[in-house]
Ligand binder design. Structure first.
Ligand code: SF4
Length: 374
């Protein structure tokens, strides 16, 4: 069921069709070649997108960049070429392969979703049905449905949001409520474009064309309007106010939390624990840490796991979605008979199994003391 506003009159429809044709032509010439993408020429030749690869890329690209996600995508595709193969993998394998991509709840949902799809044998083909799967929200369901199955539904990521906002000069008053309202109008306008597609144009091509346009031409700073296929239609450009749009709500300052990481080393091995399945970094391997709080503890070793000879080796910083974390890293070298709850892993295996924040702490813990010995 289309969610867009009705297009008001014939001229508007006519103009929208011209815009869609311009975007399609541009995409055929200038669209990016991406490892998960079936380009328009291949689509014309009858190649269809693999929903597994579309889904995998969309989950990986949430909150990270294409250059960062691409090696992970290639590694997953080689190791688990189908959703059934990924469903059959263990959580340890998936979480270790995900390490470095951040947002581990996404990895947990990815694995749960693969199992759910394998159980029903295939991905559902509509955005509505996709939304019932673990970890698939409104954006991802729309992206998979349009790219993999050409459903006429508009996924609105940051790139599409910017292009549509500028095309129609949709801004806000800078408040959260104002920006929420503006986003609804932007989504409705994007959906109008999908609804107005002529029969010989694919919804998946439109979605990917607009993503590319935002990423390569209609960039946040210094949009290259002279090279833009929708120059003639763009209200922000007509106003000479391209960079003014979109007017988002002002960002709140990111709070900082403090804590300590305790790296316990037993010769060639280091101790890691698995965090509880829910919550931040849920189910991931990590070094032992204190609780993270808004102020620095008076006695950072009060929460240390044992009375060892702790040495402070430095501080690591990491930025999560809603806060920044500063961890003081302590190291203790212990003997073989030491009893501490957790798993002993070889140094390299431990570093490979850790999410980024844990890897930073353990690498500093291992390297810090080594450097003092040199
Ligand atoms: S004309 Fe400029 S501001 Fe408008 S959509 Fe194109 S690149 Fe963006």
């Amino acid at each position: 069921m289309p969610i867009g506003r009705p297009v008001p009159d014939f001229m508007a429809t006519h103009s929208l069709r011209k815009l869609l044709t311009a975007v399609d032509r541009w995409y055929r010439r200038q669209g990016r070649k991406l490892p998960w993408r079936i380009g328009p020429a291949e689509r014309d030749a009858g190649v269809t997108p693999d929903p597994y690869l579309v889904w995998l890329s969309e989950v990986m690209l949430q909150q990270t960049t294409i250059p960062h996600a691409t090696p992970y995508f290639e590694a997953f595709r080689i190791r688990w070429p189908t959703v059934h193969a990924l469903a059959a993998a263990s959580w340890d394998e998936v979480s270790a392969a995900w390490a470095g991509l951040g947002y581990y709840s996404r990895a947990r949902n990815l694995h749960a979703c693969a199992k759910a799809v394998a159980e029903r044998h295939a991905f559902p083909q509509t955005a509505e049905a996709l939304r019932a799967l673990p970890g698939i929200g409104p954006y991802t369901s729309a992206a998979i449905a349009s790219i993999a199955f050409d459903e006429r539904i508009a996924p609105v990521d940051g790139n599409i949001e910017r292009v549509v906002s500028r095309l129609h000069a949709i801004g806000s008053d800078g408040t959260e409520a104002g920006w929420r309202a503006a986003k609804q109008v932007i989504s409705a306008r994007a959906q109008e474009m999908a609804n107005a597609l002529p029969h010989d144009q694919r919804a998946g091509d439109l979605a990917q064309a607009l993503m590319d346009l935002g990423a390569t031409v209609c960039t946040p700073r210094g949009p290259n309007c002279a090279m833009c296929p929708v120059w003639d239609f763009c209200e922000a450009r007509k106003q000479g106010e391209q960079e003014r749009y979109p007017v988002k709500a002002e960002k709140k300052a990111t709070p900082t939390r403090h804590g300590s990481a305790f790296v316990i080393v037993r010769g060639p091995e280091v101790l890691l624990i698995r965090r509880p399945p829910s919550g931040l970094l849920g189910g991931m391997m990590m070094p032992l840490t204190s609780a993270w709080s808004e102020t620095k503890a008076d006695d950072p070793l009060a929460e240390a796991p044992g009375k060892f000879d702790w040495k402070l080796v430095g501080e690591v910083r990491h930025v999560f979605t809603h806060f920044a974390l500063k961890l003081d890293v302590y190291r203790a070298d212990v003997g073989v008979s030491t009893k501490v709850e957790g798993e002993w892993l070889k140094h390299d295996d431990a570093l490979a199994a850790l999410p980024t924040v844990g890897r930073k702490a353990v690498a500093l813990g291992l390297g810090g003391v080594n450097s003092r010995r040199n």
